[in-house]
Write a protein that binds this ligand. Structure first.
Ligand code: UDP
Length: 311
C-alpha cells in the first residue's frame, strides 16, 4: 500500500509512519510543522519508501499517484497548543478533514480519522464507552479542539454513509512516550521535564482529577489493527488503568532523584475531572489490549527526555 499520513512529523504521526514502513508499505508524510518537528522524521531521510510534503492540510491537498489509505493525524493536540492556535485547530479539524476525505474519495482510499477522548468532554459517564455522546462546552477554551474533532467525526460518517467511503474513527485517550516535546505542556512530559531539571512538579487543581495513560507503541498497534479492520463506528483506544494526577507526580518523583517538590497551580477551565476508556469494543473487535504498564512506559519516556535535555 501507499498511504498518506498527515501530521507525520508529530508525536503520533511519526510513530505511525514508522509502523507502516516496518510493515513494508510506502508512506507519504505531510506536515506544516505548526507543532510537529523535522527531528521526528529525520531518521527517515534515507528511506526510499518515505516521501515528505510540507503542506498545511487546511488548504487544498494534492498528492500525485495512487493512494490506498489516508490517515489524518494533523492537529495541535495539547491543551496549550490549541489555546495558542485556536483558529488553526478548528480549521484542520474541519477544512482539513474535508480536504482529506476528498483525497480519499478521489483516490479510492480507506480513510482513518484520529479523533479523541475530548469528544466526551468532562464526562458524566465513567468509564467512557463509544456509545456515550459526551459533555462538551462548545464555547469554552477547549471547545476549539473538542468541537473540531466532533465535526470531523460527523463529516467522516457522512462520507461513509453518503459516498460509501471506507472510514475508521479512533478516539485516542491520553498517550505518552518518546518524541513528545519537552514544551508539549501535557502532564507526563511536564512532570518528567520538570523533575529532570530539578524543578517543582506543577499539579493543576488538587491533583485528584484522573487520566489513564497509554504508551505510544500500544496505541500505534491498536491504530494499525483498526485501520486493517472493517469497523467504521468510532473505537476507543487507550489504557484503562486510571491514576490521579497526584499519583502520577509521586511516581515520577520516585523515578527521578533530585526532582523538586509538588506545587499546586490553578486548574484550567473545563479540565475533565475523570477520564478512562472503556475498551471492550477494541478488545472484542480488534483483539487489542495495551501491554506496557505505566511504570515501564515512564522509564522509556524518561530515557527520551534525558537525551532531549542533554543529560
Ligand atoms: N496537569 C497538571 N500539571 C501539568 C499539566 C497538566 O496537573 O503540568 C493536569 C491537567 O490539568 C489535566 C491532566 O493533568 O487534569 C492531564 O492534562 P494534559 O494536558 O496532559 O491532557 P488532557 O488530558 O487534559 O487533555
Amino acid at each position: 500500500m501507499r498511504v498518506l499520513i498527515t501530521g507525520a512529523a508529530g508525536f503520533l504521526g511519526s510513530h505511525l509512519s514508522d509502523r507502516f514502513l516496518a510493515e513494508g508499505h510506502q508512506v507519504v508524510g505531510m506536515d506544516n510543522f505548526i507543532t510537529g518537528s523535522p527531528d521526528n522524521i529525520a531518521h527517515l531521510a534515507g528511506q526510499s519508501r518515505f516521501e515528505f510534503i510540507e503542506h498545511n492540510v487546511s488548504r487544498f491537498v494534492d498528492v500525485a499517484g495512487p493512494i490506498d489509505g489516508v490517515l489524518h493525524f494533523a492537529s495541535p493536540a495539547s491543551p496549550i497548543d490549541y489555546l495558542k492556535f485556536p483558529i488553526q485547530t478548528l480549521k484542520v479539524g474541519s477544512l482539513g478533514t474535508h480536504n482529506l476525505l476528498g483525497v480519499a474519495k478521489a483516490k479510492g482510499a480507506r480513510f482513518l480519522l484520529a479523533s479523541t477522548s475530548e469528544v466526551y468532554g468532562d464526562p458524566l459517564v465513567h468509564p467512557q464507552p463509544e456509545s456515550y455522546w459526551g459533555n462538551v462546552n462548545p464555547v469554552g477554551p477547549r471547545g476549539v479542539y473538542d468541537e473540531a474533532k466532533r465535526f470531523a467525526e460527523a463529516i467522516t460518517m457522512a462520507y461513509h454513509r453518503y459516498h460509501g467511503l471506507p472510514t475508521r474513527i479512533v478516539r485516542i485517550f491520553n498517550t505518552y512516550g518518546p518524541r513528545m516535546r519537552a514544551e508539549d505542556g501535557r502532564v507526563v512530559s511536564n512532570f518528567i521535564v520538570q523533575a529532570l531539571r530539578g524543578q517543582a512538579l506543577t499539579i493543576y487543581g488538587d491533583g485528584g482529577q484522573t487520566r489513564s495513560f497509554c504508551y505510544v507503541t500500544d496505541l500505534i498497534d491498536g491504530i494499525y489493527r483498526l485501520f486493517s479492520s472493517d469497523r467504521s463506528d468510532p473505537t476507543n483506544l487507550g489504557n484503562p488503568n486510571e491514576f490521579t494526577v497526584r499519583q502520577l507526580a509521586e511516581l515520577v518523583r520516585t523515578k527521578i532523584p533530585g526532582a523538586g517538590p509538588v506545587v499546586a497551580e490553578p486548574l484550567p477551565v473545563d479540565d475533565p475531572k475523570v477520564r478512562r476508556p472503556d475498551i471492550s469494543v477494541a478488545r472484542q473487535v480488534l483483539g487489542w489490549e495495551p501491554e506496557v504498564q505505566l511504570d515501564a512506559g515512564l522509564d522509556q519516556t524518561i530515557v527520551h527526555f534525558r537525551r532531549v535535555l542533554g543529560q
